[in-house]
Design a protein around this ligand. Structure first.
Ligand code: CIR
Length: 258
């Protein structure tokens, strides 16, 4: 069955890290309500949603995607580039070890899960301010025995690789051309985000469905026109914290937890 690990919104979300987005007041109660709706959307798409307790002293801990890379054979705990986020992984690791053997990125490596896009056996890793070359090299060493390989991709002007590109299927990408060069992905069909919707490239793929923020209707239409199913969620408060839809879950196939 498909598992989705999530974590409740921290009451300190307003003190989150921000890199390319200007700080705006966050309504935490609203963020929490939106996050619950996101969890319900994942449930409706067949996920068994596991919910970790909020971490009151860790503003960004709701963004569980950044602390682990979960593959079919193994999970790799990351070492997030922002120091304030390095404590978030412990409770996720505790849960993940029920499902996968664990490996870990060690200092001086840094890696955010938001920088890792898996398509088939390739893990594209963004060269962002959060993930360094040592982090990519350690990821490669941790997973190569399972037949995966890491490919570094330059990005500019955004937080993470998956701010700039995500996969709608194994051969079609959704991409923001201002932040990443489509030439880094030879052989893929590419749908560009609508120019009026700068942050629209981050979709969460669950099976054949693209889960994306409701505030990008033009890009949603482009995706539907290409034959994909779209489910929208309202995540405006989480977007103020520089998150969107992939960041709030770790999704993988696993037996039901006891
Ligand atoms: C951060 O800057 O780390 C958080 N405020 C946002 C992280 C979003 N993560 C993601 O999209 N994978």
């Amino acid at each position: 069955m498909r598992i989705a690990i999530t974590r409740e919104v921290s009451p300190s979300l307003g003190d989150c890290q921000l890199t390319h987005v200007a700080r705006a007041p966050i309504d935490v109660a609203r963020a929490d309500a939106q996050h619950r709706a996101y969890q319900r959307a994942l449930s409706a798409l067949g996920c068994r949603v596991l919910v970790l307790e909020a971490e009151p002293s860790m503003p960004d801990a709701v963004f569980v995607e950044d602390v682990a890379i979960v593959l079919d054979e193994v999970a790799v705990m990351t070492r997030p580039g922002a120091e304030s986020r390095r404590g978030e992984g412990a409770s996720v690791a505790e849960l993940l070890r029920r499902y996968r053997p664990l490996r870990a990125i060690e200092s001086p490596g840094t890696l955010d899960g938001g920088d890792v896009l898996r398509v088939g056996r390739t893990l594209y890793v963004g060269q962002s301010g959060r993930s360094n070359a040592e982090g990519s090299a350690q990821l490669q060493a941790a997973i190569e025995e399972f037949g995966y390989h890491v490919q570094s991709v330059p990005i500019h002007g955004c937080l993470h690789l998956k701010s700039a590109v995500t996969a709608l299927s194994d051969d079609t990408l959704l991409l923001q051309p201002a932040w990443i060069d489509a030439a880094s992905f030879p052989g893929f069909a590419v749908i560009e985000v609508d120019p009026a919707e700068e942050h629209a490239a981050n979709i969460l793929r669950i099976g054949d469905v693209a889960v994306m923020p409701a505030c990008f209707p033009r890009t949603a239409q482009r995706i539907r026109d290409a034959g994909f199913e779209v489910v929208t969620v309202d995540v405006t408060e989480l977007q103020k914290a520089e998150g969107a839809t992939t960041c709030c879950s770790l999704i993988f196939e696993g037996a039901a937890a006891s």
